[in-house]
Design a protein around this ligand. Structure first.
Ligand SMILES: Nc1ncnc2c1ncn2[C@@H]1O[C@H](COP(=O)(O)OP(=O)(O)OP(=O)(O)O)[C@@H](O)[C@H]1O
Ligand SMILES: [Mg+2]
Length: 296
């Protein structure tokens, strides 16, 4: 398994403030890794360390085998980076800005830039200073992707994008992953992470609280189901099903709160006549919020 990112005891201290503490993280190539955590948790700090923009106080950040802090030049072409506070020069047009950075980096096909601009419906002919926040963010996305880097390091990339553009952007991330490239993104939008990430890392006060597949997180999530039976619900039978947390009935309908798979429940009620089954979305948000809030 080739690693795109490997950090060992990666630590960053700003004066007396410990922004990131002994982070150990392995991100294999070909995946979307979602990096979550409350404000001030240290996400941007991690991202800037990975992009080689700041030096660790101690520990190491290795990207494709290179030290991010010391071998910046070797990595620059292989990384696409979108800062959280992306602010391109207001006096240039987007076309001028993108051409400038394309030339600086080299290896950028202008057809690819045009394709991205069209995809995100960006008018590249007007001055950046006159563009809306979301449209400026599109320039940041294009400059991160335009040289087809092996690793994208993106700090809250969808900030300011409207829902249609967000969806387009998530599609771009999936295509990138399917092409075997790697995406590391920080986000506050849980639905977006759930939709696109393979694995998530949750950071809290500079410490990694957990890394898990999105599937495993979903398995922890509580899900509400309503099962309507032809006669009185078999409450005792349902109560015995693994993962059932709570159960109540009203008439012929049983209301069930369940964690994990619904397979066992479905099996348990198979002998009874179920006339209707409603399954509500797993409440992933509460799982995230538990990790955000409680020390474990
Ligand atoms: N240059 C700096 N000087 C001093 N403190 C800093 C600096 N950069 C970050 N910090 C502190 O480090 C901590 C982590 O900040 P960071 O920006 O990494 O958080 P974040 O997870 O990206 O938060 P957000 O979700 O708000 O973007 C914060 O307490 C912040 O105040
Ligand atoms: Mg941040």
């Amino acid at each position: 398994m080739e690693l795109a990112i490997r950090t060992r005891r990666l630590t960053k201290r700003f004066r007396h403030h410990l922004a990131l503490s002994e982070l150990n993280l392995d991100v294999p190539t070909g995946m979307v890794f979602g990096y979550l955590g409350p404000n001030g948790a240290g996400k941007t700090t991690t991202i800037r360390l990975l992009a080689g923009l700041i030096r660790p106080t101690s520990g190491s950040a290795i990207v494709f085998g290179f030290d991010a802090a010391d071998q910046y030049d070797a990595l620059q072409r292989r990384i696409g980076y979108l800062p959280g506070d992306f602010a391109p020069y207001p006096d240039l047009t987007a076309a001028q800005y993108l051409r400038y950075f394309a030339n600086l980096r080299g290896g950028v096909e202008s057809a690819g830039v045009d394709r991205l601009a069209k995809r995100f419906e960006l008018d590249v002919t007007v001055k950046i200073g006159t563009l809306s926040h979301g449209n400026r963010q599109k320039i940041g996305i294009i400059q991160a992707f335009m040289h087809e880097p092996d690793l994208l390091i993106l700090d809250e990339p969808t900030a300011g994008l409207d829902p249609i553009m967000q969806r387009e952007f998530l599609a771009l991330l999936r295509e990138t992953r399917d092409a075997g490239r790697t995406v590391f993104l920080s986000s506050h939008i849980l639905a977006e992470v759930e939709a696109v990430a393979d694995t998530v890392g949750i950071l809290r006060r500079g410490e990694l609280v957990t890394t898990q597949s999105v599937e495993a997180l979903k398995a922890q999530a509580r899900r509400r189901l309503e099962l309507t039976f032809a006669t009185t619900p078999p409450m005792d039978r349902i109560r015995q099903v693994p993962g059932v947390q709570d159960i109540s009935s009203d008439g012929c309908t049983a209301h069930v709160v369940l964690t994990g798979s619904t397979a066992e429940l479905v099996k348990a009620v198979a002998p009874y006549e179920v006339t209707n089954l409603v399954s509500h979305e797993a409440d992933l948000e509460s799982v995230f919020l538990d990790y955000y809030a409680a020390p474990r």
